[in-house]
Design a protein around this ligand. Structure first.
Ligand SMILES: *[C@@H]1O[C@H](CO)[C@@H](O)[C@H](O)[C@H]1NC(C)=O
Ligand SMILES: *[C@@H]1O[C@H](CO)[C@@H](O)[C@H](O)[C@H]1NC(C)=O
Ligand SMILES: *[C@@H]1O[C@H](CO)[C@@H](O)[C@H](O)[C@H]1NC(C)=O
Length: 384
């Protein structure tokens, strides 16, 4: 009898705790802000503010002009902000017209996790590496509150102090660490050898953000870099190393090697930061789906660049999207022939089109590409 009732009690306790878990997991987090760290995949104006605006026809499909994004329109981070009911993120480095009430974007195009030993003029990689982005965030935290406390318009431009611990911290960075090594003529094996150091640097920054009160992390892995024209054009591989979709297998394997390491780093971070909820998102898979199953996703051109000029991939590194060429004495804008970017995956040889970004976002938003499988708006709940 005694054991019977304790069994019933145990079952009841289990039921109560199970329903508590499912109740918690159905509650939306109501993130008041998003703070983003990354590269061009999520840059909403950082590099443009410092090194010159991304040229027209960037931005044409949505903003009807350049908008600091290397894309014809919106990025995945824009769709993330929108679906959370927040405005598009202002770039931290953009001092004109920015509004940080609901977050800030520290990403810049060309950013790497590790600082590079080259200038942007030499290599094209941004000096705003992830450690610098963290420095910016570290400074933004107290100074945004000093500004806010001045009241008036400043109070309507800066986040509330309590929002930092309730915000979602998003990361999309790592691709350029891999290409930086490859473009220095390192072998795939040599690049793999430094990946652990890159991931250690990444983990440090997540821990620093946590030490400043950040609790909810949404971490994108890196995409199939071997499917991008700027890599295919610059680093030709043997025909036997090209897969049936036209992607360079060694570089996609390198990206997946990085991603396995990143996933492992996330597992370690969860142990070291038990108060954090950290979601790892398989953006690689969402991107590769568009390229490997084009018809299913309404794609007509999976690999070639829409806004480009010439060559096998409609990509010429010396005549990029928005550049000017002379044909029969007439000046023509590179990208003018890109009439319908909505059926192309690749925009300018390096970045995805707005249509592709929306399709990537639609795949990841419900958590089906995430570990743990939590939807975006519930990424404050721990399931590990
Ligand atoms: C830059 O140079 C320093 C000193 O030689 C080295 O420790 C570091 O790994 C280099 N960084 C990169 C990204 O190669
Ligand atoms: C900044 O954005 C917030 C949210 O959209 C808005 O309420 C606020 O008025 C904006 N600030 C200014 C100065 O326009
Ligand atoms: C890499 O190799 C190519 C082809 O041999 C060469 O043109 C280029 O200068 C090399 N780049 C670096 C950074 O060494």
């Amino acid at each position: 009898m005694e054991s019977h009732s304790s069994t019933i009690l145990a079952v009841l306790t289990l039921l109560v705790s199970l329903s508590a878990v499912s109740l918690a997991s159905t509650n939306s987090c109501n993130f008041p802000a998003v703070f983003n760290f990354g590269d061009s995949n999520s840059d909403t104006g950082g590099l443009s503010a410092v090194f010159g605006q991304a040229r027209s026809p960037h931005g044409e499909s949505f903003f009807h002009g350049p908008a600091g994004r290397y894309c014809d329109g919106r990025l995945v981070i824009d769709f993330i902000a929108k679906s959370l009911g927040l405005p598009y993120l202002s770039a931290y480095l953009d001092s004109v017209g920015s509004n940080f009430t609901h977050g800030a974007n520290f990403a810049t195009a060309g950013s790497t996790i590790r600082p590079q030993n080259t200038t942007i003029q030499q290599s094209g990689f941004s000096p705003i590496s992830l450690n610098v982005q963290y420095n910016e965030f570290y400074d933004f935290l107290p100074r945004s509150q000093v500004a806010r406390n001045r009241g008036g318009v400043f109070a309507q431009l800066m986040p509330k102090a309590e929002d930092f611990s309730r915000a979602l911290y998003t990361f999309d960075i790592g691709q350029n660490d891999l290409t930086a090594g490859l473009f220095l003529n390192m072998s795939v094996a040599q690049v793999k050898a430094f990946v652990p150091d890159v991931l250690d640097n990444f983990k440090d920054v997540v821990k620093y953000v946590h030490s400043q009160g950040g609790r909810f992390f949404w971490i994108h892995n890196t995409g199939p870099v071997g499917c991008l024209p700027y890599v295919l054009d610059r680093l030709p591989v043997l025909p036997s190393e090209v897969d049936r979709h036209g992607c360079a297998t060694p570089f996609n394997e390198l990206a997946q090697f990085f991603n396995r390491g990143l996933k492992h780093a996330v597992v370690q971070l969860r142990k070291e930061l038990p108060s954090a909820a950290i979601t790892y998102v398989d953006v690689y898979k969402a991107k590769f789906n568009l390229i490997s199953q084009p018809q299913k996703h309404g794609v007509k051109e999976p690999i070639r660049a829409c806004c480009g000029h010439g060559g096998k991939y409609n990509f010429n590194p010396h005549l990029g999207c928005g550049g000017k060429i002379k044909v029969h004495g007439k000046e023509i804008l590179v990208g003018k022939s890109c009439k319908d970017p909505s059926v192309w995956v690749n925009w300018d040889g390096v970045h995805y089109t707005q249509a592709a970004n929306k399709k990537i976002f639609d795949q990841i938003v419900d958590g089906s590409f995430s570990n743990p499988p939590v939807p975006l708006k519930m990424a404050c709940h721990k399931h590990h």
